[in-house]
Design a protein around this ligand. Structure first.
Ligand code: DON
Length: 304
C-alpha cells in the first residue's frame, strides 16, 4: 500500500528548503502580508483517511479556488442553461485578461477566469435569497465546517484596487451578460474570493468533485455528470495559461488561487491541497505545483 504520510512528509521537507519560492501577490494589498515561508500539504483519501504536512490547518485566502465552489452551486440551480452565458474552452490567457471577452461578444471563455466567474456570481445573486450568507452556508456544508468565514479585510482590499474586475464587470454588463447591478456582482465576487480556508478544509470541500457529486456527509449536491464536467473544466481551465503545463506535469484536475492555494483531485481516489503563497509568473503557487508534480510522480497516481 502507498505510504502517503511519508511521501508528503518527504515532499514537504524537500521543498521547504527551496531558495526560489516565487512572489507573494501584491495587487490585492492585503494578500501581500502573507509569509512567503508558509507551506502546507493535506491529502484527503476518498476512504476517509487523511494525511498532512506543515501548515495544513492554517486558513488562507482561497481567492480563485472559490470559483469552482461557486460554479457547482450555480450548476445546481441552472443545470445546462449555464453554458448559454459562459463557454467551456481554455482561454490560453491570464486570468484577468479582457481582450477575448470583447472579441467574443461578452461570453467568457470559461467559468474559472475572472470574467466567467463574474457571470457565475451574477447567477448566484439571482438565485440566492441572501447571497453572501447562503453561499457561505453552502461552503460550510460541503466542507462540514461551520468555522469557515469571509475575510472582510481582504474583500475590502480588493474592492479598493480591483480595477480590472470593475472593467470586466462593466464590459459584461454592456453585452447584457449580467442581470444584476455591476456593484452588487463585484461585491459578491470579492467576498467569495476572500473566504479563508485551510488546506484541510479545502480538501474536504472538494470531496464532492472526487465523489460523483456527494459531499463528505454523503449528500448529493450536483448530478454525477456535472461533477464530471466540473473536473473537465478544472483540468482544461483551472490554471489559466498554465493549464497545459499543470496537466503535463501533474496530470490532475485542479484549481489555484492567488493566495497561494491549489486543490487537485483524482476522481474516486483522493483530494490533495497545498498552500505556499509564493507565485510563479502565471499567478500559480510555485512550490504547490512542484509538490503536486512530485506527488503524482512518486505515487504514480494521476488521471493519465
Ligand atoms: O479577481 C481576482 O483577481 C482575485 N480575486 C482572484 C484571482 C486569482 O486567484 C487567480 N488565481 N490564480
Amino acid at each position: 500500500m502507498t505510504d502517503f504520510q511519508s511521501i508528503i512528509n518527504n515532499i514537504h521537507n524537500q521543498l521547504i528548503n527551496e531558495e526560489v519560492k516565487g512572489v507573494v501577490a501584491s495587487y490585492i494589498p492585503e494578500l501581500f502580508k502573507q509569509d512567503i515561508n508558509s507551506f502546507g500539504i493535506f491529502l484527503q483519501h476518498i476512504d476517509g483517511s487523511t494525511y498532512s504536512a506543515g501548515q495544513a490547518e492554517t486558513p488562507f485566502s482561497i481567492q480563485s479556488i472559490s470559483k469552482v465552489l461557486a460554479l457547482s452551486k450555480a450548476i445546481a440551480f441552472e443545470d445546462n442553461r449555464i453554458w448559454q452565458r459562459v463557454d467551456v474552452e481554455p482561454s490560453g490567457n491570464p486570468f484577468n485578461h479582457l481582450s477575448l471577452l470583447e472579441l467574443e461578444n461578452g461570453i467568457p471563455r470559461n467559468p474559472l477566469i475572472n470574467s466567467g466567474a463574474l457571470v457565475i456570481a451574477d447567477i448566484l445573486l439571482t438565485h440566492l435569497k441572501n447571497p453572501k450568507e447562503d453561499f457561505l452556508n453552502y461552503v460550510r456544508t460541503i466542507a462540514n465546517d461551520q468555522t469557515i468565514n469571509y475575510n472582510t479585510k481582504v474583500a475590502a482590499s480588493e474592492k479598493r484596487t480591483g480595477y480590472t474586475n470593475y472593467a470586466a464587470a462593466n464590459l459584461l454588463k454592456s453585452f447584457k451578460n449580467l442581470t444584476n447591478d455591476v456593484d452588487d456582482v463585484l461585491d459578491f465576487y470579492f467576498h467569495q474570493c476572500s473566504i479563508d480556508m485551510s488546506c484541510s478544509q479545502l480538501a474536504k470541500a472538494f470531496y464532492l468533485f472526487a465523489n460523483s457529486g456527494k459531499c463528505v456527509n454523503n449528500i448529493q449536491h450536483i448530478p454525477v455528470s456535472q461533477a464530471k464536467r466540473i473536473n473537465a473544466i478544472m483540468l482544461t481551465c483551472g490554471f489559466y495559461d498554465e493549464a497545459g503545463e499543470f496537466a503535463f506535469r501533474v496530470g490532475l484536475p485542479g484549481k489555484s488561487g492567488v493566495g497561494g492555494g491549489i486543490v487537485a483531485l483524482l476522481p474516486n481516489k483522493f483530494i490533495i491541497s497545498t498552500w505556499a503563497p509564493g507565485l510563479n509568473a502565471k499567478g500559480n503557487s510555485l512550490l504547490g505545483m512542484q509538490a503536486l508534480e512530485l506527488f503524482t510522480t512518486q505515487t504514480k497516481l494521476s488521471i493519465f
